[in-house]
Design a protein around this ligand. Structure first.
Ligand code: UD2
Length: 317
């Protein structure tokens, strides 16, 4: 069993990754500055032997290097980030500090502490808007936001450092991740987190545009499993892979699937399409299957059932 350092451990994806690592018998050194992470997300982890939490800012030069040198983890899973595309547009300097400079500090921490593996949370935002469906990793990258650009730059920083100094880097381009603990409070939060909260409160959801736009929604449990594999599976080669399902779900289908869990709720409200909204986003999962042996196996219906209270929609009268 390995010791894994997880940055952003108190965040949405970080806390699920931490829980899965611990459940699989690994030790976890969790790092978070609680900028957007929440201590409640780690309630289970904090009562698990093998978990240690460090309140630390990855963007502070030297801080992570010192911790990694003391702990000597086998791998770092770097999930700490400024997570909002909208925030990156409002504050590009903060995006650069947290999503580019901090990645360099993670790469340096890995080099200085002799860490063998780094797993990085990249994003489908590196592709921008493309007509390619499904999107393989060979698709030209054209980020449309400081966030997407920072994720792409970070991939290169880590891969270059790994190739130069002898550690393996795996970059995960996550598509639309959803599940328990996702923050629903901003209009630009993940649509499933917003829908879940509004349906549960008996409030109508808003569908922007005609609802025919599609996304590749992947359950956070599957994402955590991809992180576990990338951090622990022996003999992986460095590289970049989509972490996606390869299945498209439209907004209308999503709203209907939620409605089956809350019969009698108000119908959706239609509103104009968001400016800059991407019509279709669908990942090609073939490379992750070939290189990591990873396949997402949670169907959206099952993932929604878990999120919306554990009742399979088919059983709701
Ligand atoms: C955005 C981000 C992505 C990530 C994601 C959150 C870009 C390019 N990408 O992607 O990086 O942060 O959000 O999971 O900005 N919608 C509604 N009603 C709502 C909310 C959303 O109809 O109440 C629509 C929205 O217009 C879009 C789709 O649902 O067509 C998905 O929206 P999203 O914000 O969950 O995700 P996405 O792919 O636009």
């Amino acid at each position: 069993m390995a010791k894994i350092l997880v940055t952003g451990a108190a965040g949405f994806i970080g806390s699920h990754t931490t829980d899965l690592l611990l459940a699989s018998g690994h030790r976890v050194v969790g790092v978070d500055n609680f900028r957007t992470g929440r201590r409640e997300n780690l309630t289970a982890a904090l009562s698990t032997p093998g978990f240690a939490l460090h309140e630390l800012d990855v963007a502070l030069p030297g801080a992570l290097s010192a911790l990694a040198a003391a702990e000597r983890p086998a791998a770092i899973i770097h999930l700490a980030a400024l997570v909002s595309v909208q925030e990156s547009l409002a504050n590009p300097a903060e995006n650069f500090a947290l999503n580019v400079q901090a990645t360099h500090l993670v790469a340096e921490a890995a080099r200085l502490a002799g860490v063998g593996r780094v797993v990085f949370a990249s994003s489908s935002a590196v592709y921008g808007d493309t007509n390619v469906r499904p999107i393989p990793e060979t698709t030209e990258t054209r980020p449309l936001s400081p966030y997407g650009a920072a994720k792409l730059a970070s991939e290169s920083l880590l891969l270059g450092h790994g190739a130069s100094f002898g550690f393996t880097v795996r970059c995960h381009r996550y598509f639309n991740v959803y599940g328990p603990r996702q923050d629903p409070t901003s209009p630009y939060s993940g649509v499933i987190s917003i829908f879940a909260r509004r349906f549960a409160a008996g409030q109508p959801v808003t569908i922007h545009g005609d609802g025919g736009q599609t996304r590749d929604f992947i359950a956070v449990g599957d994402v955590a499993r991809a992180n576990l594999i990338a951090a622990t599976r022996p003999d992986l080669r460095p590289g970049v892979a989509n972490i996606c399902t390869g299945r498209a779900t439209s907004l209308l289908d999503l709203a209907q699937a939620c409605a089956r869990h809350f019969p009698g709720g108000p119908p959706p409200v239609h509103a104009p399409a968001r400016s800059g909204d991407i019509r279709h986003s669908l990942g090609d999962p073939a490379r992750a299957a070939a290189e990591l042996g990873f396949t997402a196996d949670t169907e959206v219906a099952a993932g929604l059932a878990e999120l919306l209270g554990g009742v399979p929609a088919a059983l709701v009268p």
